[in-house]
Design a protein around this ligand. Structure first.
Ligand SMILES: Cc1ncc(COP(=O)(O)O)c(C=O)c1O
Length: 394
């Protein structure tokens, strides 16, 4: 139950807003009658000051070309200083209309067709599209699952890093979908291997704000001067404040040469200015909405506890991979149905829920499903009841 100043229990009807999660179920899953807990946005409204600022900006009525002001940069810099003690210089911050576009720009700027890019599977599937649609190759460094916890396989990473075509690594930190918030020690080991083998680290930290109590996130670039100079850190307020549809992210690139090459790649695509609303929303969110976010985290923890308890009692054959961060939770259904296609059919046809099927995350994903718990608890409860009923009869 929502207990604080903000009401996260209230369901918001998103139908009819061209909402990717709710309005395109037929296109994405082949059927409409589904409860959607898939794509990574929240079913909550953004905080009120953000809504008010956007309404006020909309009322102005002129939506011409828009730049980024000093106040905008200050908001971003202050957020990272306050929450991570990371001192970011203004000139390090590069605008892109999203983290996936940034990863695409980086791939084009720093690798050549045929080169290999390392990713740690099972992992966020658009990484594969960014790599392969640009004619590069995915080099998998699979994560190891032991006792319900995912770990990096450094021995395998050492081997893959020595591949003569390997050029870069996309680090997912925190990791979607396995929910790990990598420790400083793990990141240091990874960073050393990448440095020793001349691999650029593209650190996707889009989920870094969203962590469960006591878990600390280390920004990869803060570990050492060498790491700072060999990395591109992708950040955004979009997961934190539910702003993904506004399409703005801040890419932090301390190394001047890498930054210039990246900027050339961005301007080649003509994407160097944000839309008229995005910066306003981010600025107000970072400056005025931290208390909303802290309450959201408490509600989210309540959802996670609810999910764990429900699965333990009602679907004991399934296992929850306990996340340290992100609002995405990986469920291990292998005891029920190890084949991803059959499992997905069971969830779609019988349970009538849309989760993300594990096989899209590639190696290690078969028999798993990813569920998005950033929704009112009543929706999560309905979805889980539907799954429990479907699984009982299977
Ligand atoms: C790890 C990760 N990176 C990037 C994105 C997408 O970022 P954007 O919408 O800014 O392109 C997501 C969204 O789910 C994500 O989970």
């Amino acid at each position: 139950m929502s207990e604080g100043k903000y009401n996260f229990d209230e369901p918001i009807d998103r139908h009819g807003t061209a909402c990717e999660k709710w309005d395109f179920l037929k296109e994405r899953f082949g059927q409409e009658d589904l409860l959607p807990l898939w794509v990574a946005d929240m079913d909550f409204q953004s905080p009120k000051p953000v809504i008010d600022a956007l309404v006020s900006r909309a009322n102005h009525g002129v939506y011409g070309y828009t730049g980024l002001t000093q106040q905008y940069y200050d908001s971003v810099i202050n957020w990272y200083k306050r929450r991570y003690n990371w001192t970011i210089r203004k000139e390090w911050i590069v605008f892109t209309p999203g983290v996936i576009p940034a990863i695409d720009f980086a791939i084009r700027a720093f690798t050549n067709p045929g080169d290999k890019i390392i990713v740690q599977t099972p992992v966020y599937y658009p990484f594969f599209d960014s790599i392969e649609s640009n004619g590069r190759q995915v080099l998998e460094n699979p994560l190891k699952l032991s006792d319900g916890r995912y770990e990096m396989d450094f021995e395998d990473l050492e081997k893959k890093a020595k591949d003569p075509r390997a050029r870069a690594m996309i680090l997912c930190s925190p990791h979607n979908p396995v929910g790990r918030v990598w420790s400083k020690q793990e990141l240091t080991k990874l960073g050393r291997i990448c440095l020793d083998n001349n691999l650029l680290v593209i650190s996707d930290e889009i989920h870094s704000d969203i962590r469960y109590s006591g878990i600390v996130h280390t920004n990869f670039a803060t570990i050492s001067e060498d790491f700072s100079n060999n990395s591109i850190t992708c950040t955004s307020a979009s997961k934190t404040f539910n702003l993904a549809g506004l399409q703005i992210s801040n890419i932090i690139i301390p190394n001047g040469k890498i930054r210039q090459d990246f900027l050339n790649s961005v301007s080649t695509m003509g994407m160097d200015l944000p839309n008229s609303f995005a910066a306003t929303a981010v600025q107000v969110a970072y400056d005025e909405c931290e208390d909303w976010f802290e309450e959201f985290l408490k509600y989210l923890k309540g959802n996670l506890d609810f999910l764990k308890e429900f699965i333990r009692k009602e679907i004991p054959e399934a296992k929850v991979i306990e996340p340290e961060g992100t609002y995405l939770v990986l469920l291990d259904f292998r005891e029920i149905e190890p084949d991803s296609e059959k499992l997905q059919n069971l969830l779609l046809r019988e349970a009538k829920v849309a989760f993300v099927k594990g096989s899209v995350f590639r190696s290690g994903g078969e028999g798993f499903e990813r569920v998005n718990i950033a929704c009112p608890r009543s929706i999560l409860e309905r979805a889980l009841n539907q799954v429990a009923d479907a699984v009982k009869d299977y």
